[in-house]
Design a protein around this ligand. Structure first.
Ligand code: GRG
Length: 291
């Protein structure tokens, strides 16, 4: 059932994004760089989550496709910048050499910039959404991506390299760096499915828990994952002198904490009275994933 859902929606998201990126043809190398990282693959977990929320509320998933596509472009932009020499300095991502290794640092920076900036047009021009919903989604997404969201979390992460931090600080960093785009996926699905503010805020809390579980799993895979399956190098956190859940809690403690956040998300989800089958399977996939 989850596979069927993923196989149904991912080609639709990819088609929107590939068509959109191909239309940005002023600077061919820049376009090529954007398509390179987009086409390198990735699990597409954020857009699938967004659409699974809409499906769970029994609403029309076609209303969420362009917002979901936009979210994946912004996520891709963050990966390109995250891999840059000035940040994590990685040479391998999504099974291929990183963007700056292929296109050079300047073009990689600009490819990340364009993926972030152009993406919003997918929502701004979405005729299946009301103008009010478009503005709300853009505002929510820019908050989740920006200085009070993912980018702010990345800054805190970098500032705290080589520093001993406690669990509260680590949670704060990851809630933003990784959690905010996942939170957006759940909140946006509820907005597009016309849910009330109480439900939207519950979705936000579910997103927080599943976002933390997602990052803990990422930390675990950095230690015990397989480079060939992950498509990126392992032991990156040690290399970058980062505090992780594994470092603070130990491998077993990190697994326990991941499970606890997953269960909190699940309990909240089940209180919503929606069809949770696909979402529950997705949450399970996140914590069981080997990539
Ligand atoms: C330019 C938008 C922009 C941001 C700059 C670099 C940066 C600020 C933020 C980095 C945020 C970041 C990379 C967080 C890590 C999140 C994470 C665990 C990513 C891996 O996501 P997956 O597993 O990757 O979904 P795939 O490849 O499957 O899509």
């Amino acid at each position: 059932m989850l596979d069927a859902f993923i196989n149904q929606v991912v080609p639709l998201i990819d088609e929107i994004n590939r068509t959109f990126l191909r239309s940005l043809d002023l600077a061919p190398k820049l376009k090529e760089a954007m398509l390179y990282s987009y086409n390198a693959g990735g699990k597409r977990i954020r857009p699938v989550l967004l659409l699974a929320v809409i499906e769970g509320f029994g609403a029309d998933i076609s209303k969420g496709l362009r917002t979901a596509a936009c979210l994946e472009l912004i996520h891709t932009s963050s990966l390109i910048h995250d891999d840059l020499p000035a940040m994590d300095n990685d040479d391998y991502r999504r099974g291929l050499p990183t963007n700056h290794k292929v296109f050079g640092e300047a073009t990689a920076i600009l490819a990340g910039d364009s993926l972030l900036v152009d993406a919003y047009r997918l929502i701004a021009t979405d005729e299946l959404l009301t103008p009010t919903d478009r503005v709300r989604l853009i505002s929510e997404l820019s908050t989740c991506s920006g200085a009070n969201g993912m980018i702010g979390g990345q800054e805190l992460d970098i500032e705290n390299e080589n520093t001993k931090i406690d669990l509260d600080t680590l949670v704060k960093i990851n809630k933003h760096k990784t959690g905010k785009l996942i939170e957006f996926a759940l909140v946006a699905g509820a907005i597009i499915a016309n849910q009330n503010e109480v439900i939207i805020e519950k979705m936000r809390r579910i997103g927080e828990h599943i976002g933390i579980a997602f990052q803990i799993k990422d930390d675990i895979l950095d230690v015990e994952g397989d480079k060939a399956i992950l498509g990126k190098n392992t032991l990156r956190d040690e290399k970058n002198h980062k505090t992780t859940y594994v470092k603070l809690l130990g491998l077993e403690g990190a697994k326990h904490s991941c499970q606890a956040h997953y269960e909190k998300a699940l309990t909240l989800l089940r209180s919503l009275g929606m069809n949770t089958a696909v979402l529950e399977a997705l949450f399970r996939l996140i914590i069981d994933s080997n990539k």
